[in-house]
Design a binder for this molecule. Structure first.
Ligand SMILES: [Zn+2]
Ligand SMILES: [Zn+2]
Ligand SMILES: [Zn+2]
Ligand SMILES: [Zn+2]
Ligand SMILES: [Zn+2]
Length: 324
């Protein structure tokens, strides 16, 4: 929340010469005052000296200021000049931002009231409107998607193959290999995700279902099926995919970890993607993970991120089962 400065008042008094104090000197020219004079701030001036040399001028229009003025960075303005030309404008309604206002992550400043009037994009946090996002969409499952995020949204098979090979390469370069060749990926809405996951959290954007086939008491095959929220922007889709592929990795190694260690570890996959892509959006999503209050996706992630910083990928992978 930010504030714009207040309007202040110059107190200026005009005296007529009839009640002149003895030997009153002008504070500007230092000559004795005879006739009308002005006082302000405890100082007296010849009317002309004041008007021509002392009276403040508006930094914007250059005309003298009488009475009220606004001050910003030690510069003075007529209230109207200030409101119309100096005050920042609301990025949404274009009216001046007077008093309290908000600035979002994307550095758009707007009146606080718009936050309750407009829906927020579920992936980038922008308020959805024509001015900020070129409109947006309400998805059937209660999520909103802004026009900017919608430009790269993943809703069909298009780009899926490219994303899978990109994420696999990124994971492999950090020692996460031996993932099964074919892992089915299905895009789902929030309700479906909620049904699939036994313990559901709002911070969840995907889910991996593991299947084990047992015959005569022996495991004969293991497979995984990845579900990811549909309509995620490509960058976030890739980050969620990396998270889910790490679940597949853990499953392949029979590593059953405590939920905060497990989700925290898998979020390191998302972190890899965001740090690799480095767009403003990727930075925003990373910040979101770093600030998350979720016990697994937030606290667990920060715990595992610190482990990774200490150990590096190779030693982290080797020591996963011993982390407490
Ligand atoms: Zn004077
Ligand atoms: Zn002015
Ligand atoms: Zn506004
Ligand atoms: Zn968005
Ligand atoms: Zn997970």
């Amino acid at each position: 929340m930010r504030f714009t400065p207040l309007i202040v008042l110059i107190v200026l008094l005009l005296f007529t010469g009839s009640i002149l104090p003895q030997d009153l000197k002008c504070n500007y020219c230092n000559k004795t005052i005879k006739g009308n004079y002005l006082t302000t701030d405890g100082k007296s001036y010849h009317e002309n000296c004041y008007r021509d040399h002392v009276q403040p001028r508006c930094e914007l229009c250059g005309k003298v200021i009488d009475g009220k003025y606004a001050i910003l960075d030690d510069k003075m303005y007529h209230p109207v000049c200030y409101t119309d030309h100096i005050l920042p404008k609301c990025a949404i309604c274009n009216l001046p931002l007077q008093g309290k206002y908000y600035t979002d992550y994307w550095e758009y400043s707007f009146h606080g009231r718009h936050s309750s009037e407009l829906p927020e994009c579920s992936t980038c946090g922008r308020l959805i409107c024509e001015a900020l996002t070129g409109g947006g969409f309400e998805l059937g499952d209660g999520r909103f998607l802004c026009g900017i995020c919608n430009e790269t949204e993943v809703s069909g098979d298009f780009l899926l193959g490219a994303s899978v090979s990109y994420v696999r390469r990124l994971l492999e370069s950090n020692g996460i290999d031996n993932l099964p060749d074919e892992i089915p990926i299905t895009l789902v809405d929030r309700q479906k995700l909620e049904q699939l996951a036994s313990s559901y959290s709002d911070a969840m954007n995907g889910f991996t279902q593991h299947n084990i086939q047992i015959q005569n008491g022996r495991v004969i095959s293991k497979s995984s099926h990845i579900y990811i929220l549909s309509h995620l922007p490509l960058t976030m889709f890739r980050a969620v995919l990396a998270h889910e592929l790490l679940h597949v990795y853990l499953f392949g190694r029979d590593l059953e970890l405590r939920s905060d260690i497990c989700e925290g570890f898998c979020n390191l996959g998302s972190e890899l993607v965001y740090k690799d892509i480095r767009s403003e959006y990727a930075k925003f999503r990373l910040l979101n993970m770093q600030k998350s209050q979720d016990p697994d996706y937030g606290y667990g992630y920060r715990k595992m991120s610190a482990e990774l910083d200490r150990k590096g990928w190779r030693y982290l992978l080797e020591s996963l089962s011993s982390i407490r």
